[in-house]
Design a binder for this molecule. Structure first.
Ligand code: DGJ
Length: 731
């Protein structure tokens, strides 16, 4: 059983294959968090809580004068606010009388069959209805009629627990939610590091590691997207944790908008970590009978380092978050015209790219920005989703038809959530853009943001997009977002509710995405936000791949894909071979290296094939053959980070489930005179099996390859790379 309930329905233990999570509703009704870590028996651990009379940490009335019982010190599932827990709180409310206090007490529990589907928002799903169970714990606010339902899901085999919550106003008076975080995770003992994944446009998700102390560590976004700057997934780990050692806890937020994640030690050295919707610019009115859902957090635990933690996330996201045909079907190798032409194309140019691509075995042409409205640069046209037949020198049907006649699939770019001021849509509906009356709005890439909270806006977009997808043979859609949100004001919302706008916009985006993916289940969707500005678990619910970064430089991609791999599977990372000198960095790397790096992703090309040499064309054919050969390894296999970026070389590896086939990619990132040898060991082989290394033909046992390793017979030059393959052989 994955959910154990004991002690008259007051002790709850969630069991996965290797982990346990325990909560206890004590005699005062406070839901204590008593354990999360390696799998244990379900024995009440509330006695591990050290109780003392801590100065200036008061006690609630139920403590009956017991000065050792303080909400300010107890590890809790849903910390109170305004009534004596001075640490980070989860839920902040404003009552009708203006007071701000929320103090929740246990009011019962239920076990539901199956995994939880949060209305209007993505969440992990279980394919086997019999298997999944959801524990719901009800907590009632002491002095009002507010009830919180905590939802815990257990994915036993994947070592994953989910948590989300619902707040319900069961009273008659309005309540304003001023903050509603999804998760609080308290650690009573030990020191921890917090790993975050930070960056900027074109340099996303670079790991940063800090010791959690009394100074609060906090990341988040108020950009309306999960952001390039901070990814909504963090790791809490032992200070000495490494790839293969130490306790690691992952918190991965299933949400694509504003978020916060913070960690801090309290006065007694206990660590509190929280995650949820960012309270900045947030408030939500709950009228009588209304509810608010906080998005899901996916909790993962590994008793032996980051590799196992990552593998669990890769598996759960691939199998229980991604949906649709391309969840398991092989993705087509694509060529995107963006870096080949930018806005400067016509029908013939696109067909030429397609002709060259088809000859080399590329399977899909993606027509990027600029095919619609009046859009020859980024000043105009967004919102006018009408085909520019003059530019395409014919209809979209004709273009798609010609491309399909070449034996290729056809994909199309959209940026549905945005609007250009120079567009017919804006001229007709200026109030559809988010902007504050009387305040000149900020622009980002010359564009404004559509008010996706409005149904009529979504209906217009659905009608336009589905009109095109329904009448033209389109196999793929790239869904882009190219600015951060601000100037939040909806012309369709009462002024008291303006604090709801960020979340309402996000719910609107999910609604439109859902309508598109369910209306066109055959289409492969690729998410994008100027590359990786909305690379999060929630987007994987709609798009099994996301353009990883606008930076296509193979060497920078080592960092970006490395950081992304801590939570997100390789199958989700859009990665292309582009031209050199690279358009973002000016760096020149070999065609082979660009291919090797992009092979560890959802593979494609983004360059003018008319400008590459015959030799490079042969390499394209070889790379496609390699992509197909290694597809099940890279897209379904186990992933190992062998050598992190920053050293002389960077290396990573894939191993198939049966441990019969492994592939290592090694990229030199520096060159030196009189070079030292390059020696590498692999991971994840079966120590008892024999393997042939295709690099040198040598057969050795798995344990030898994993422990003694391999020395390359030549040191590759700067930015050169090698693929090294191992195959199990009969003894
Ligand atoms: C940003 C994307 O990341 C690029 O790949 C490209 O689609 C441009 N937008 C188009 O405007």
């Amino acid at each position: 059983m994955a959910i154990l309930v004991k002690e008259n329905g007051r002790l709850f233990q969630l069991q996965t294959r290797d982990s346990s999570y325990q909560m206890y509703a004590d005699e005062k009704g406070v839901l204590l968090h008593t354990y999360y870590g390696k799998r244990i028996e379900a024995e009440n651990l509330s006695d591990l809580i050290f109780r003392a009379d801590v100065g200036f940490s008061g006690y609630p009335p139920e403590a009956d004068g017991d000065r050792t019982y303080s909400l300010d010190c107890l590890p809790q599932e849903l910390p109170s606010s305004g009534v004596g827990d001075y640490r980070q709180d989860c839920i902040r409310v404003r009552h009708e009388d203006g007071s701000r206090a929320a103090d929740f007490r246990f009011a019962g529990y239920k076990i539901l069959q199956g995994s939880l589907k949060i209305p209007g928002m993505p969440s992990l799903y279980d394919t086997d209805k019999e298997r999944g169970q959801t524990l719901v714990i009800a907590l009632k606010e002491k002095a009002s009629d507010l009830v919180v339902y905590l939802y815990y899901g257990v994915f036993e085999e994947e070592n994953v627990i989910t948590r989300s919550l619902r707040v319900e106003n069961c009273g008659k008076t309005d309540i304003v939610l001023e903050q509603c975080l999804s998760l609080c995770l308290d650690f009573q003992f030990g020191d921890y590091d917090l790993m975050t994944f930070c960056g900027r446009h074109a340099m996303e998700r670079r790991p940063e590691r800090n010791r959690i102390g009394s100074t609060k560590l906090e990341i988040g976004s108020v950009r309306g997207t999960s952001s390039h700057q901070y990814n909504p997934a963090v790791i809490v780990c032992n200070p000495d944790a490494s790839e293969d050692f130490g306790d690691c806890y992952g918190l991965c937020f299933v949400y694509s908008g504003n978020f916060t994640a913070s960690a801090q030690q309290d006065q007694r050295g206990q660590t509190r970590v929280v995650m949820g919707i960012n309270p900045r610019q947030f408030s939500w009115i709950l009228k009588e009978g209304e509810t608010f859902w906080a998005p899901q957090v996916i909790l993962g635990y590994s008793d032996c380092g980051f590799t196992k933690l990552s593998r669990q996330y890769h598996r759960i996201l691939r199998e229980h978050m991604c949906r649709g045909k391309y969840k398991s079907k092989k993705r087509p190798v694509l060529i995107n015209n963006w870096e080949a032409t930018y806005f400067d194309f016509d029908g013939e140019k696109i067909l030429n790219i397609a002709r060259e691509a088809a000859k080399l075995g590329i399977e899909m042409l993606v027509l990027d920005d600029g095919w619609f409205g009046r859009r020859d640069d980024d000043n105009s046209g967004l919102g006018d989703w009408y085909v520019n037949e003059k530019k395409l020198e014919g209809s979209l049907e004709e273009l798609s038809g010609k491309i399909h006649d070449m034996g290729m699939k056809f994909g199309l770019w959209f940026e549905p959530e945005m609007i250009s001021e120079d567009s017919d849509l804006y001229r007709e509906h200026p109030d559809w853009a988010l902007q504050i009356p009387g305040r000149e709005p900020n622009r980002g890439r010359n564009q404004l943001v559509l008010d996706m909270s409005r149904k009529e806006v979504r209906d217009y977009l659905f009608e336009r997009i589905s009109g095109i997808l329904g009448s033209v043979e389109i196999d793929y859609v790239k869904w882009d977002v190219n600015r951060s949100l601000c100037d939040m004001y909806s012309h369709a919302l009462e002024k008291e509710r303006m604090g709801e706008i960020y979340h309402r916009v996000m719910l609107g985006i999910y609604d439109l995405l859902e309508r598109i993916v369910s209306g066109f289940p055959e289409i492969l969707l690729e998410g994008c936000s100027g590359g990786g500005g909305r690379f999060d678990a929630a987007m994987l619910y709609y798009s099994p791949q996301i353009w990883c970064s606008d930076n296509t430089d193979a060497v920078n991609r080592l960092d970006i894909q490395y950081g992304t791999s801590f939570f997100y599977p390789v199958s989700s990372m859009g990665a292309h071979v582009s031209a050199v000198p690279n358009h973002q960095t000016g760096r020149t790397t070999s065609f082979a290296t660009r291919g090797h790096v992009a092979l560890s992703g959802s593979f494609g090309y983004e360059l003018d094939l008319g400008r590459i040499s015959e030799e490079e064309k042969e390499l394209v054919k070889r790379q496609i053959a390699e992509f197909n050969r290694y597809y099940s390894l890279t897209h379904e296999g186990d992933y190992y980070r062998l050598e992190p970026p920053g050293g002389r070389f960077n290396a990573w590896e894939f191993v198939d489930a049966g441990k019969n086939h492994a592939l290592e990619t090694l990229v030199m990132t520096s060159a030196e005179g009189n070079p030292l040898p390059v020696h590498t060991t692999v991971k994840g082989l079966d120590p008892r099996k024999d393997y042939r290394c295709l690099y040198n033909g040598q057969v050795r046992s798995g344990s030898t390859w994993m422990n003694a390793g391999l020395t390359l017979d030549q040191v590759p030059g700067e930015y050169e790379s090698v693929l090294i393959e191992w195959e199990a052989v009969e003894k």
